[in-house]
Design a binder for this molecule. Structure first.
Ligand code: E4P
Length: 228
């Protein structure tokens, strides 16, 4: 499953873009509000860090059809071709999705809570649908099950729309949607670290270090190789 970073923090993006195989960055108005400053300057800085080939998903802030279209076009002009315009799944959102998709502007339909919404977004031509996992599970709904349903619906229809799961609170949720056939997930830096770390990995490494030291002292394989 492809992984994107769900943040506008430049330090995090710089770090993970260098050392982890991320496919791009997603933002929303809340995420941008946390960084402060000028959001356009921030988005341009993100684009500069990730380069022109990776995906940058940016949510619109306008709410009327014509204005969303104008905002979307200017966003892509400003941030490059691999920019996906995030549109909330509403009536006007679906109309905008159809309009922009017909004109080859990539749309990520966001704030998706049900498979029905995802199906309508796909039919409108969305490149991605972004189902919210933890916001769903917080309301005792089955966020992971929703991804599973969307995957089944998309498989049957043969749509090109991809699932970009979002809103995660645990690493297990990320793994669960991967198992259900999710194409991509966008996660924060905390979850990224949780996906990697395991206490048994840490204790195993400590054990290897202890055993090596007991047998060979301060020497290392590198030192031995250099002395050959
Ligand atoms: C994607 O970019 C979504 O907007 C984001 O993952 C929502 O996450 P939250 O529910 O943690 O705010």
């Amino acid at each position: 499953m492809r992984i994107l970073l769900d943040t506008a923090n430049l330090d995090d993006i710089r770090y993970f873009n260098t050392y982890y195989p991320i496919e791009g960055v997603t933002t929303n108005p809340t995420i941008l509000s946390k960084e402060g400053g000028d959001p356009i300057v921030q988005l341009k800085a993100i684009r500069q860090i990730i380069g022109e080939d990776k995906e940058l998903h940016v949510q619109v802030t306008e709410t009327e059809f014509e204005k969303i279209i104008e905002e979307a076009r200017l966003l892509v002009d400003c941030l490059g071709i691999n920019t996906f315009v995030k549109i909330p799944v509403t009536d006007v959102g679906l109309r905008v999705t159809k309009y922009l998709s017909d004109r080859n502007i990539g749309v990520t339909v966001t704030a998706v809570l049900t498979a029905a919404q995802a199906m309508l977004a796909s039919n409108a031509g969305a490149s991605y649908v972004a189902p919210y996992i933890s916001r769903s599970e917080n309301l005792c709904a089955d966020g992971v099950g929703t991804v599973s349903d969307i995957a089944k619906i998309f498989n049957v229809s043969g749509t090109d729309t991809q699932i970009l799961a979002a809103s995660f609170k645990t690493a297990k949720e990320v793994l669960d949607v991967a198992v259900e056939g999710c194409h991509s997930a966008t996660i924060g830096s905390g979850i990224m670290k949780m996906l990697l770390s395991h206490t048994t990995t840490d204790t195993s490494i400590l054990g290897f270090e202890r055993d090596w030291k007991e047998a060979f002292g301060d020497t290392t394989l590198l030192k031995l190789l250099k002395n050959k």
